[in-house]
Design a protein around this ligand. Structure first.
Ligand code: FNR
Length: 360
């Protein structure tokens, strides 16, 4: 099977998956009835990795490399251009190995000349490939994906992961844009996040489990389907954000984001911006850019509405809200020694500081 046929398989199999319940359901905002502010006091804009983001979510890495996926990229790029939503390319390996496939990626920039666009490569690619990927899209940042479990279940996947940390350092040294390391749906642990920061990664997208599941996708591509038992491997984005160390790179989150509420939950857990793949892929496959544009506009409007009701003037202040963590995620926090009571009482701490100031 050719690499471009694999890209068509991924789109077809991913589109048939739908996240219903996942760890985002374990996160609830404590409702404060008098916390709201005026809508015109709210901004969705923020500065992240030196880039001006108009909104705190992005269309995350998916595809390119075949005629069909090139058309999907065109629709994604048009929707990004019409709404200002930043956009990441799928892995550019096919285009790096066969330059005739590069236009199926380049369309992301050609249709969206002024938007924020991320290039994307696997961590095993060379420094030269990293430079070519960034130049090929005039990219604002480079996503480097780590996907050892996907490779393990992929019939034609790699089995040599031992050199990845050194390879990442070479990639980071080679490009002059920020590097964001991302998982593909299995999460980044606390230890991994510290290692990525030490290697010089500017950002990390924890991309956790609970949405698109590449074990299921690759297992469906195996004749025996024999890795079925691995489904569910890894940590959710929610768990990863709760467990993130103080020295983590700038945090991005993805994996199972279904609604604007999931976006603000991730922002409240410390992500600076939130990536969405599967939920937007299904819309674009059904109705193209015409269907995706109104959905993106609705997400922007709803994020603003939630911000207003929660009293969060700027998106980087969602981290001041009180969150109730329950269910399997609370079990994870117990096992990892994470204090969920402190997260449920964040405004108490701020209120106590305020009250003690008044006493003085
Ligand atoms: C992906 N994803 C992905 N990630 C990456 O870094 N490079 C890639 O080439 C791809 N390819 C890809 C294809 C398709 C069809 C999908 C749906 C996804 C992974 C993606 O960026 C994200 O990390 C996961 O899909 C989890 O997010 P969702 O889908 O649950 O929102």
């Amino acid at each position: 099977m050719s690499a471009s046929e694999r890209k068509d398989d991924h789109v077809r199999l991913a589109a048939s998956q739908q996240a219903t319940t996942n760890a985002f359901d374990d996160v609830a905002f404590l409702h404060h009835a008098l916390a709201g502010i005026d809508a015109d006091a709210v901004t969705l804009e923020s500065e992240i990795l030196g880039l001006s983001w108009p909104v705190p979510f992005y269309i995350n890495a998916m595809t390119g490399g075949s005629a069909h996926t090139g058309e999907i990229n065109r629709a994604l790029a048009i929707a990004a251009r019409e709404t200002g939503v930043p956009l990441a390319s799928g892995s550019m390996s096919v285009g790096l190995d066969d330059p005739s496939a590069l236009p199926t990626f380049r369309v992301l920039r050609d249709e969206n000349p002024d938007g924020i666009v991320f290039a994307n490569i696997g961590i095993e690619r060379s420094a030269d490939d990293a430079r070519r990927a960034v130049a090929g899209l005039d990219a604002d940042a480079l996503q480097v994906h780590v996907n050892s479990l996907q490779e393990t279940v992929m019939p034609e996947g790699s089995r040599s992961f031992g050199h990845w940390a050194e390879s990442l350092e070479r990639i980071i040294a080679a490009v002059d844009v920020p590097v964001i390391v991302k998982e593909v749906g299995f999460g980044l642990s606390s230890r991994t996040l510290s290692r990525l920061a030490a290697a010089g990664a500017a950002g990390a997208d924890v991309s956790g489990r609970g949405g698109t599941d590449f074990i299921r996708i690759e297992n469906a591509r195996r004749s025996g389907g024999d890795y079925d038992y691995l489904t569910g491997w890894g940590q959710s984005a929610v768990a990863c954000l709760l467990d993130a160390p103080a020295d983590a790179p700038t945090l991005f989150a993805s994996g199972g984001v279904r609604t604007p509420l999931d976006v603000v939950r991730a922002l409240a857990l410390g992500a600076r911006a939130v990536g969405v793949s599967g939920s937007f892929l299904r819309i674009v496959l059904e109705g193209g850019a015409e269907a995706l544009v109104p959905v993106l506009r609705q997400w922007i409007a709803h994020i603003r509405a939630l911000q207003t009701a929660l009293g969060v003037a700027s998106v980087d202040r969602f981290v001041d809200t009180d969150l109730i963590i329950t269910g399997e995620t609370a079990e994870f926090c117990r096992a990892r020694g994470i204090d969920i009571t402190a997260i449920a009482r964040r405004t108490d701490a701020a209120g106590a500081a305020e009250r003690s100031r008044n006493v003085r």
